[in-house]
Ligand binder design. Structure first.
Ligand code: ZN
Ligand code: ZN
Length: 318
């Protein structure tokens, strides 16, 4: 079978109920986060015509349960490579019930590029209340795509990493008035609305304007709050803001909202050049490489009791 000459982004699940994004650059298949059960993620992949066993790498953003709850079972079942920051690995190990093959674990660091097959990946720090939390910029086949959710604000790091991407999946978590007047207890409101919480629609709209002016033409809104937002509210608020600057969704750029519970219509970027190779599993052709030495962290000395409490306290609530 010849290669599908396209770059494809398919959010499978999005929101505090669980996050997972599938990306395909030709033959390279990548997942970002596994925040639903392994069965649900595998089912969603099959629904979009992808074989879970053919995923070449899983990138984890951070250790909140809505980003890794299905990881342990999924990885044990399919034996896939997983990439996460050192701090995120600590969280992953707290969730694990059985260890999987150590050679599948990769420790990555912000701004240290690594590659999965032909895909060059830049992990970048995100301002969020999880240590070592990351977003990802991915480039291959002449296309660049970024995924940036769980952002307390649109920080300089995020701006620097994401600018120039053709397509961006960006968080539009809450409407400010709905959060302030909504049912959340005050500490939670403060956490969500804080500098290391989540991105509101208005800040998302400003980021979209900036990114559009710097070349981005496709936006996917993700990680919407169920309590403090809705697809209609997010779309209207962001559209209204952008219209003031004569930026019209559907005319100047595309903007979709990622579904919470099922795969979203794929965003497809056509690749101009023709790449001549067979659609063979990457592992059979190229080593999956990582810039940093692959290492196993010794968790014996981590204050797991304390950390466990901290982690539970930090579980996603929006
Ligand atoms: Zn989250
Ligand atoms: Zn989070």
């Amino acid at each position: 079978m010849m290669l599908d000459e396209r770059v494809k982004i398919v959010p499978l699940f999005s929101g505090s109920s669980g996050n997972c994004v599938f990306l395909r650059f030709g033959r390279a298949r990548i997942l970002i986060d596994v925040g639903r059960s392994a069965k649900q993620i595998a089912g969603a992949l099959e629904q979009i015509g992808e074989d879970p066993a053919r995923v070449d790498g899983i990138l984890i953003t951070h250790d909140h349960s809505d980003h890794l709850s299905g990881l342990d079972v999924f990885v044990r079942k399919f034996g896939l490579h997983v990439y996460a920051s050192r701090e995120t690995w600590r969280g992953i190990h707290l969730f694990e019930t059985k260890p999987h093959a150590e050679e599948l674990d990769h420790v990555i660091e912000p701004w240290q590029n690594f590659s999965i097959g032909e895909v060059e990946i830049t992990p970048f720090p995100t301002p969020h209340d999880a240590k070592g939390s990351l977003g990802y910029r991915l480039s291959a086949l002449g296309k660049t795509v970024s995924v940036a959710t769980d952002l307390g604000h649109f920080s300089e790091d995020v701006r620097r990493a994401v600018t120039g991407s053709e397509a961006v999946l960006i968080e539009a978590n809450y409407n400010y008035d709905m959060l302030i007047n909504g049912p959340y207890p005050w500490p939670l409101k403060r956490r969500v609305g804080g500098d290391k919480g989540h991105l509101c629609n208005r800040d998302c709209a400003e980021a979209i304007r900036y990114l559009y002016e710097n070349g981005t033409r496709h936006f996917i809104l993700g990680h919407l709050s169920q309590e403090n937002n809705s697809p209609t509210v997010a779309r209207n608020e962001i559209t209204e803001y952008l219209t003031q600057y004569d930026l019209i969704a559907g005319e100047h750029f595309s903007m979709t909202v990622a579904n919470r519970y099922c795969p979203t219509e794929p965003l497809v970027l056509e690749v101009a050049e023709c790449f001549d190779y067979e659609d063979t599993p990457l592992a059979d052709l190229i080593d999956v490489t990582v810039a940093l030495p692959i290492e196993r962290i010794d968790f014996q000395d981590s204050p797991s009791g304390l950390f466990g409490q901290e982690l539970r306290g930090f579980g996603e609530a929006t």
